[in-house]
Ligand binder design. Structure first.
Ligand code: NAP
Length: 332
């Protein structure tokens, strides 16, 4: 069986570009005891993959040159020599940007119940994006009725869910997005009460849309946007540091405005969140989100390509804001 794989060709600095990757073909190896073979159906494209190939400031060793690009995917087990993993099961896990993955149970993030939701949803809303939105918002943000929740990258896979969950909690979600079109989508589909286009002067727009200050800041971008938002926080506000989309590179380490005094005088709490610390809560949280989809109380958007060769460009597009919802590549 032939396996198309996207491998890392050279190490980028900053956001990886298509020239840092190569599409190769390789035979699928024989399974050894304890292994199973996954046929990938949906490949996930995630901003975090920039970190997977860069050496700097990461919490896992980078993908070696020549290795298959680390990625989450949804796939079907088509052969197994692993007790507890059976043919025809669907799983969401670390199966890489490739057609087939020889995997072990360590690579599984969650077993999929195909009755709960469409297969693709398991790589987005019921994958790390929805789970992060739910757990980070509730664990760290703890929004209360009437509070203002400001969300960056608000029209994206994580942000679109945060808006709706904040609204369900009785809070007033405000979106930060890169275009008025995405802002309108946030108002129409994702529960947001107002939006700010960060390509326009930000401070005045924040004062206008968050007149009582920001109680919960769900930060997916960091950088100058976050610097500006911190100066608009309400007393005792909570900051969820979830992503750093706006930092082009950590080499050299970015410098800028100091916000120490904002944190002090406004008595802010700021906490980082990494979804992989919460593996044991995946099933339970995914069921809660799936129940909301079935009840019609949660909407989501997916942006699905069909060519494995396009996966590297898809990552560039996500960083350029050209995705409309969770970015996936469908293989079958
Ligand atoms: N901590 C965790 O465990 C965890 C888990 C999952 C995801 N995340 C993080 O959550 C964030 C969103 O991820 P996602 O998968 O849902 O992606 P996404 O929001 O679907 O796509 C990224 C969006 O970010 C915006 N963006 C890109 N560059 C930007 C910049 N320089 N400044 C402001 N906005 C920018 C773009 O929208 P606009 O057109 O609006 O600019 C783009 O569409 C990422 O930071 C990701 O790393 C964290």
């Amino acid at each position: 069986m032939n396996n198309r794989q996207i491998v890392l060709k050279s190490r980028p600095v900053g956001i990886p570009q298509p020239q840092h990757f190569e599409l190769v073909q390789a035979p699928v190896p024989e399974l050894k005891d304890g292994e199973f073979l996954v046929e990938n159906h949906y490949l996930s494209v995630d901003p975090a993959q920039r970190g997977y190939v860069n050496d700097e400031n990461n919490y896992a060793p980078p993908v070696p040159i020549g290795a298959v690009m680390r990625a989450m995917a949804v796939g079907k087990v088509i052969a197994s020599r692993c007790a507890g993993v059976s043919v025809d099961e669907f799983h969401y896990g670390w199966f890489g940007w490739q057609d087939y993955c020889v995997a072990t149970p360590a690579g599984i993030l969650r077993k999929i119940d195909p009755e709960l939701a469409p297969l693709s949803t398991n790589a987005g809303l019921l994958g790390i994006n929805g789970l992060t939105a739910y757990l980070a918002l509730h664990d760290i943000g703890q929004p209360k009725a009437g509070e203002t929740v400001l969300v960056t990258a608000a029209a994206g896979a994580v942000g679109s869910i945060v808006g709706q969950l904040a609204r369900q909690a009785g809070a007033r979600p405000v979106a930060v997005v890169g275009s008025d079109q995405k802002g309108e989508q946030c108002l129409r589909d994702f529960g947001y009460a107002d939006f700010v286009n960060y390509k326009q002067p930000l401070e005045a727009a924040l004062k206008r849309t968050c007149p009582k200050g920001v109680d919960v800041f769900f930060d997916n971008t960091g950088g100058e946007i976050a610097d500006t938002v911190l100066r608009q926080m309400a007393l005792f506000g909570r900051v969820i540091q979830c992503g750093t989309l706006s930092i082009a590179s950590w080499v050299p380490n970015p410098t800028g405005l100091r916000n120490d005094r904002e944190i002090l005088t406004r008595r802010l709490r700021m906490e980082g969140f990494v979804i992989f610390d919460h593996l044991k809560r995946y099933d339970d949280t995914a069921r809660k989100l799936a129940a909301m989809i079935q009840a019609g109380t949660l909407r989501y958007a997916e942006d699905i390509g069909t060519e494995i060769a396009d996966a590297p460009q898809a990552l560039v597009d996500v960083y350029a804001g050209r995705n409309t919802g969770k970015k996936l590549i469908r293989l079958r």
